[in-house]
Design a binder for this molecule. Structure first.
Ligand SMILES: Nc1ncnc2c1ncn2[C@@H]1O[C@H](COP(=O)(O)OP(=O)(O)O)[C@@H](O)[C@H]1O
Ligand SMILES: [Mg+2]
Length: 421
């Protein structure tokens, strides 16, 4: 049962949603989905019983994935079958579109380009939200010149750059997530809002089957998105049922998108005196959602034990990256590397006196070994997460969002320095 909410007045009502104010928490709103499907800027509209619940389930799963990764979105939590709670925003009336593969309106606007042309990086396009004029495409120059305002901030070149980067990140994270389910995310659109209190830019509105083109196995004929509805020559009950079944299929698949971590890092230290160093590696792993265990074992003094530990982890079959932390002469990393097929990263705690000499025991290896060496514990954690992200889209999303957020911090700091002059 949903918690009782004191609903306020309607903030705004659109074609598919009603947004309610919440008098008890003015920084939040309730987004209520309608059982309504529309296309062609509202020219085609139908009642579709069950759509609101499917759309809410879809949006909740997608926003949760993005929030967990570290992308700033307005989504707080699902409230009921057809409703979710979000931060109240002043919306920026722009649709931000990203495309991996050329299809649809892009082909009409860019004659000569064949369907299937692959954009690397994804193609970013912006459209001004104006149903009456069929959402005209705006160039970057038009967008930065328009001087749009939301919640007291003017949308200038910095804000446009930030939203552009956020849009790309959202696309790439969802593209990977869908790829893990053997579906191709062909293109998608999102919208942004600004919070009135902090002036924070966040992904807002909805992300559901209306937001993207989704082709299972990369096959256009298997499409599972709203395009099916757009392409119905005549809208029959049967046609609408197909559309609904597709949307349900998408919502069901999304349940598989927040899996438990499929991999781990094991940090082996030669001596418990290196625990603080190892905990820094562990903290970085945790930041990217990677489980990380610490163990003590010396390859010099407890070789049998080191081999047993290795065998026990290998026996569990969970993909593992080992990080070897050993001061002075690093026997641990190279011995592990010589006996394991999983990756080994040396991260020696470099001492002030002999550090420059000690490091050679990690670098100059017998033939046949493939361990790598980094000095900073953070770098070891990041490297391990990157290796595991090759096959784990959840870890990949966290790494990707972390880069985005670093980029945004720098951009914001630069703007502040310029304005403080
Ligand atoms: N977090 C939010 N705060 C305030 N308004 C929002 C938020 N998220 C979405 N909205 C607005 O809710 C309105 C209703 O959505 P919708 O029915 O899709 O409208 P439309 O028909 O204009 O697309 C839109 O105007 C959208 O900008
Ligand atoms: Mg809308």
């Amino acid at each position: 049962m949903p918690k009782e909410l004191n609903l306020g007045d309607i903030l705004i009502e659109g074609k598919t949603k009603i947004v309610y104010n919440l008098p008890d928490s003015p920084e939040r709103v309730l987004l209520h989905s309608k059982d309504r499907i529309s296309a062609g800027d509202g020219a085609r509209q139908h009642e579709l019983v069950g759509k609101a619940a499917i759309s809410t389930t879809t949006a909740a799963a997608v926003f949760k994935l993005l929030n967990d990764a570290g992308v700033r979105t307005h989504f707080i939590e699902k409230h009921s079958e057809k409703e979710f709670l979000a931060y109240k925003c002043e919306m920026i009336p722009i649709e931000w579109v990203t495309r991996r593969v050329a299809t649809g309106s892009f082909l009409r606007r860019n004659p000569g380009v064949k369907e299937g042309y692959r954009f690397c990086p994804p193609k970013l396009e912006t459209f001004f939200k104006d149903d009456a004029n069929h959402d005209p495409q705006w160039s970057h120059e038009q967008l930065v010149s328009a001087g749009l305002k939301a919640a007291g901030i003017t949308i200038g070149p910095d804000e446009v750059a930030i939203m552009g980067k956020m849009t790309m990140t959202v696309f790439e994270i969802l593209e990977r997530a869908w790829a893990s389910l053997n579906c191709m995310l062909v293109d998608m659109k999102i919208e942004f809002g600004v919070t009135p209190d902090k002036g924070e830019i966040m992904v807002a509105d909805i992300i559901d089957s209306d937001s993207w083109r989704l082709w299972p196995a990369g096959d256009r004929r298997l499409m599972k998105d709203k395009q099916v509805y757009r392409e119905l020559k005549e809208v029959t009950a049967e046609g609408l049922e197909t559309v609904k079944r597709n949307f349900e299929w998408v919502a069901e698949r999304l349940k598989e998108l927040n899996p438990k971590p499929s991999a781990r890092v094991v940090v082996l230290m030669g001596s418990p005196s290196d625990t603080a160093h190892c905990e820094k590696i562990q903290a970085t792993c945790h930041k990217f959602g990677v489980p990380c265990e610490l163990r003590v074992t010396s390859a010099h003094k407890g070789t049998d034990e080191t081999m047993e530990i290795l065998a026990s982890y290998e026996g569990e079959g969970i993909p593992t990256v080992f990080v070897a932390v050993a001061g002075r002469s690093n026997g641990l990393g190279p011995v592990l590397s010589g006996n394991a097929t999983w990756p080994v990263i040396n991260c020696p705690p470099v001492s002030a006196d002999w550090g420059a000499e000690d490091i050679w025991s990690s670098l100059r290896l017998p033939s046949g070994l493939g361990c790598t060496t980094v000095i900073s514990p953070e770098a070891a954690g990041i490297q391990a997460a990157q290796i595991l992200a090759l096959t784990d889209h959840v870890i990949w999303a966290k790494l990707r969002a972390s880069k985005l957020n670093t980029w945004i911090s720098l951009k914001t700091a630069d703007k502040k320095v310029r304005n403080d002059k």
